[in-house]
Design a protein around this ligand. Structure first.
Ligand code: DGL
Length: 271
């Protein structure tokens, strides 16, 4: 197989990275993809850096073994804590979600008061603050961990009273601090976008790194000379590390279509 025909590898701690995969597939329709959801070990958000780094290396090794030409780390927590580990392990071009998300936020924000919401790991790493302030020195980053959002999305509670009250409690301090832009710095949060927009009001711009990442991937493939020929027939393969049936149900809700080519694998090097 020519390198250009090889698939793009995408991994996340579970199904949330499908928001990134979906953006990639609609922006780059000729590209084949291999998605790995580490569903046996989700959540990554509250775990320590060395654990996330081991998990990410194992995912990278699995995707490299599938013959992918580039790896997209679709998980914000893994991007924050393990991007270099994925590069070392795979020896492939690697793209995370933080740089593209930070770029989109820095250019979308009128007044430079940028809210960033994510998992405990992402927020504690300070990776978004660093990336945003590198692009825009005058920016004030208002960061907030929102650990209850991932389980709400996994349960399908993306609207209704519980989700609304949770969002209000998390976002009130950022609104009081004058936030004008809000970065959804977690794979799951785009599924709460409608509710979050209602809670923050129409004057706050919501930025999702999924779309920005797909754009950055297109540029990366161009720079590396790795883009698939436009006439290529794209295939999508999915792997999960826990039961496929539950992933399949949730994925259908998220992608709006049934996931084909789905298999369960183990990537854990310690067993
Ligand atoms: N994928 C994770 C992220 O984007 C959210 C889910 C988790 O905690 O594993 O940070």
């Amino acid at each position: 197989m020519q390198p250009n025909d090889a698939p793009i590898g995408v991994f996340d701690s579970g199904l949330g990275g499908l928001t990134v995969l979906q953006a990639i597939r609609s922006r780059l329709p000729s590209e084949s993809t291999v998605y790995l959801g580490d569903s046996a070990r989700i959540p990554y958000g509250p775990k320590s850096a060395d654990t996330i780094q081991r998990y990410s290396r194992e995912s990278a090794a699995f995707l490299a073994g599938q013959g992918v030409k580039v790896i997209v780390v679709a998980c914000n927590t893994a991007t924050s804590l393990a991007l270099e580990d994925v590069r070392d392990e795979s020896g492939l071009p690697v793209l995370g979600v933080i740089e593209p998300g930070a770029e989109a936020a820095a250019s979308a924000s009128a007044g430079g008061r940028i809210g960033v919401i994510g998992t405990i790991g992402t927020i504690a790493s300070g990776a978004y603050d660093t990336a945003i302030r590198r692009l825009r020195a005058d920016a004030v980053v208002l960061a907030k961990a929102c650990p209850l959002f991932v389980p709400l999305v996994e349960e399908g509670w993306t609207e209704g009273e519980v989700a609304r009250l949770t969002a209000e409690a998390y976002l009130r301090p950022l609104l009081e601090d004058g936030m004008d832009t809000l970065v959804l710095a977690c794979t799951h949060y785009p599924l709460l976008a409608d509710l979050l927009q209602e809670v923050v009001g129409p004057d706050v711009r919501l930025v999702s790194s999924a779309q920005a990442t797909a754009g950055a991937l297109r540029n990366l493939l161009g720079e590396e000379g790795l883009a698939a020929p436009p006439e290529a027939t794209a295939e999508a393969h999915y792997f999960v590390t826990d039961e496929a049936a539950r992933f399949s149900q949730l994925a259908k809700r998220l992608l709006g279509e049934r996931v084909k080519n789905l298999a369960r694998v183990s990537v854990d090097s310690t067993v």
